[in-house]
Design a protein around this ligand. Sequence first.
Ligand code: CU
Length: 281
Amino acid sequence: MKTKAISSIFVLFAIAVGMASMAPTAFADHAEVAIVTVDESGFSQACVDDGCYVPLTATVDVGGVVTMTNTDPTGVHTFTSGTVNGFTPSPDGIFDTSVLMSGDSFEWVPESAGEVPYYCMLHTWMIGTIIVQEAAAEEHADDHGDDHAAEDVELMVMISDSQVMGGTQIELEFNVLHLNYDLTATQNGEIVFEEKGLHSMELIATHQIDALGSDENPIDVEVVSLGIGAPGDEDSWTGPVGQVTTAKVVPEFGTIAMMVLAVAIISIVAVTAKSRVVPRF
Ligand SMILES: [Cu+2]
């Protein structure tokens, strides 16, 4: 697998799906989603905190339709998939609206599940995320015989890594706040990192591992969800429990950067019957 040294490209994500009974129209809601730009987002970065795209994180099913519209009367914008590192964009080619004049729209139909970050190539402070989920989640719910209609609770964890001073820094990016999880990393069958009951108040958590992965000796990273909620208050935790995400970490050395990214591999899943949607604290 080729990795670009300079920019933070990741790969990987994974996971999926627990369910619960809630709003019946939940799935219909993900068949299509509309994303718009915030007025004057091209002139100032004032929109950054709340999001220069609305919604900032949009969820859609695989095969659904994402309609991206530039509703900002004061400027032109793009929706370009990829990431921005500082002010340096790295388009990943998944989609690109190219320049949208005010009022113009673009439709994109995602073909695979995952988390797709995007930005505006003209104003790199404008960034957003589209979470593409398996429409199959729906059928799963039915399998549980939950006839009051189901709604997904999906947990996504994106794992990326970089080499930092002789070790590996693992960055976990979650789509929910307050995830409690176990993190284990193994290399050659030996545990090189293991911590149980971790809690992430933020969407991003980083962990330093004192080992380097290589093609021959990749590091396997495993994240197991324990539930979502305040640390120490297990009884009130919701969300997928026991979901596992793994990533095989095989850094490649770049010619320039000390930061090399690697990554990948997906996997997977498990389902729990009891969970609630979008926890709030
Ligand atoms: Cu823009």
